[in-house]
Design a protein around this ligand. Structure first.
Ligand SMILES: NC(=O)c1ccc[n+]([C@@H]2O[C@H](COP(=O)([O-])OP(=O)(O)OC[C@H]3O[C@@H](n4cnc5c(N)ncnc54)[C@H](OP(=O)(O)O)[C@@H]3O)[C@@H](O)[C@H]2O)c1
Length: 313
């Protein structure tokens, strides 16, 4: 009887040890090349929860607010209004010089931190000292952790910077990693050199610059695509929003031209982050789930492609 008890105690200790080792291994595996590098199924949007499951294991909203060129109170108020109106994804960057305002609005919103998804980016001039740059972003945002950090453009030391982000992911201070302005050629040379598969690629995408070859290439790697300048970008929106093909479709659904373009992206499994500080526009841009574009309408918008880039990268 006594020996039985000793035997059972030893077995229990060994079992606990095995489980804890196994958990550590599973935890490590999450960040191991063999895990999410092979997790290449296409990421389909869930229109009920308005989210997509990333290859990093986290859910990301499919609709966000872009904050490029928003600063000070304008930025703070726009982010706060967007969050209060039900939006949950914010895109900022060190380059936009508004991480502090974004972070303050997130904290002041009163919404649980875990419900909000914040993307920020490292600019190429930060790549050589990425550790310091990540620390700065964490400090400026001041929201416990960063949901997604992107490299803003390819550049010298981009692999080195990416590896620093991988380190922060293991430490839990950054949850997911991604790239911006990476196309097929850049991805082909970059991916074999890193351990964690990017969860997101953010590129210029609008009806005049559709990237119809790049989007499926990225999506077939299990990476989510996000479009910047969804409305063509400041200075270009007027022409795009008055395009007759788009305004005709808008009339059919009794929505705005902007809503048609944003919905067109979502139906292609492309996340959108329109920029706005106008409350009416912010509300409108969140209201994309009460109508659906037909295949014919999707094709009509596809025919508008002009391979016309609205920015240099
Ligand atoms: N990774 C990169 O390299 C990169 C580069 C550029 C941008 N981005 C990201 O992408 C985001 C989007 O780009 P963006 O803001 O420059 O351009 P955008 O979203 O294509 O267009 C923004 C413009 O559209 C107007 N607008 C927004 N909603 C509207 C609506 N419903 N009806 C009519 N007009 C509307 C805005 O004016 P109002 O303020 O008056 O609404 C603003 O002038 C940026 O904020 C940034 O987060 C990333």
């Amino acid at each position: 009887m006594k020996y039985n008890k000793i035997f059972l105690s030893i077995a229990a200790v060994l079992f606990t040890f095995y489980i804890s080792m196994h958990n550590i291994k599973a935890e490590e595996l999450k960040y191991n090349k063999g895990d999410n590098m092979n997790n290449s199924e296409k990421r389909i949007f869930d229109f009920n929860s308005k989210t997509v499951l990333l290859n990093s294991g986290y859910y990301m909203p499919v609709l966000g607010l872009g904050t490029y060129s928003l600063h000070g109170d304008e930025c703070y108020n726009a982010v706060l209004y967007f969050l209060k109106s039900g939006g949950r994804l914010i895109d900022t960057a060190s380059f936009y010089k508004n991480e502090e305002e974004v972070g303050r609005a997130v904290r002041d919103s009163g919404i649980k931190r875990s419900e909000i998804f914040v993307i920020t980016k490292l600019y190429p001039n930060q790549f050589s000292n990425a550790e310091q740059a990540v620390e700065q972003a964490l400090k400026k945002l001041n929201i416990e952790y960063i949901d997604m950090m992107l490299l803003h453009h390819p550049g010298k030391d981009d692999i080195k910077a990416y590896k620093v982000i991988e380190k922060y992911i293991k430490a839990g201070k950054i949850k997911s990693v991604g790239l911006s302005n990476w196309y097929i050629k850049e991805l082909e040379s970059f991916l074999p050199k890193v351990d964690i598969m990017p969860a997101l690629v953010q590129n210029e995408i609008h009806p005049y610059y559709q990237e119809n070859d790049v989007i499926p290439y990225i999506q077939n790697l299990g990476i989510v695509v996000q479009g910047w300048y969804p409305l063509g970008g400041r200075g270009y929106t007027k022409e795009l929003l008055n395009n007759k093909v788009i305004t005709d479709i808008a009339k059919v659904h009794n929505v705005s031209a902007a809503q048609v373009i944003l919905r067109w992206n979502l139906q292609k499994n492309v996340v959108v982050i329109p920029g706005s500080s106008n409350q009416k526009h912010i509300k409108e841009n969140l209201d994309l789930f009460g109508f659906q574009l037909s295949n014919e309408e999707m094709e009509k918008i596809k025919s508008l492609d002009r391979n016309e880039k609205h920015d240099w990268y």
